[in-house]
Ligand binder design. Structure first.
Ligand SMILES: [Zn+2]
Ligand SMILES: [Zn+2]
Length: 223
């Protein structure tokens, strides 16, 4: 278990969001801001189109298409976890350049977690990355790679939606509240754990699940 400070502070949608500045150049700066609806339409659209293409154009039956789609979505959650843990939170010790790269990629989000326009990659960049991933899956898996890639893109869109909701809305009083709590642990308790956003699954698998400070306090009080 990871050591955690004793106090947790959840920041709710009622507090004031703020925005940082990444680039002095106004054009570059504007490219870092994206309305969430744009990538959601693009990536859910690619997900649906890929499923349709797999069944109707590539003549792959519905069940294998669905299976590849679901495996692709699950694979996305692993990439999401790994990228957040190893890339967004890469070690920056002794390198001003790495500090800058880390800040542009992710540090700005930790400084301004409720900046609605910086909760998704710029669409130009994400579409280029999506094309590269799709091409790779097609090379490796052949025609099945299209449904796999569609599931992967759906996973990405779902991650964006969950992340946006967690930072801009109050937690719901149902099972989805778990996602609010999990990501708030990452932001406000310790960024050495709770790397999964769309689910805590891989934090359990790789033992990066932070101890709930509420439970910790209760058990300390009971001793
Ligand atoms: Zn966040
Ligand atoms: Zn983070």
């Amino acid at each position: 278990m990871l050591p955690l400070p004793p106090k947790i502070e959840f920041v709710m949608a009622s507090s004031t969001p703020s925005s940082g500045r990444i680039f002095q150049n106004p054009i570059l700066e504007s490219l870092t801001k994206t309305h969430i609806a744009i990538p959601l339409v693009i990536f859910y659209g690619i997900g649906i189109a890929s499923g349709y293409w797999s069944v109707h154009k590539l003549n792959i039956a519905v069940l294998p298409t669905l299976a590849m789609y679901l495996v692709g979505a699950l694979f996305f959650t692993l990439i999401e976890y790994t990228a957040h843990r190893k890339l967004y939170h890469m070690g920056t010790a002794g390198s001003a350049r790495k500090v800058r790269i880390q800040y542009v990629m992710h540090g700005v989000h930790h400084d301004h977690p409720r900046d609605k326009k910086r909760l998704a990659l710029p669409p130009v960049l994400s579409v280029v990355l999506a094309a590269a991933f799709m091409g790779l899956y097609w090379l490796v898996l052949g025609d099945h790679g299209i449904a796999f890639g569609g599931g992967f893109m759906t996973g990405y869109a779902t991650y964006l939606m969950v992340h946006y909701a967690v930072h801009t809305m109050n937690p719901p009083k149902n099972i989805f509240g778990v996602l609010w709590k999990h990501h708030n642990l990452h932001h406000y308790v310790g960024d050495e754990g709770a790397f999964g956003v769309s689910s805590p699954l891989w934090d359990y698998v790789f033992n990066t699940m932070p101890e709930d400070p509420m439970k910790k306090r209760k058990s300390a009080a009971a001793v």
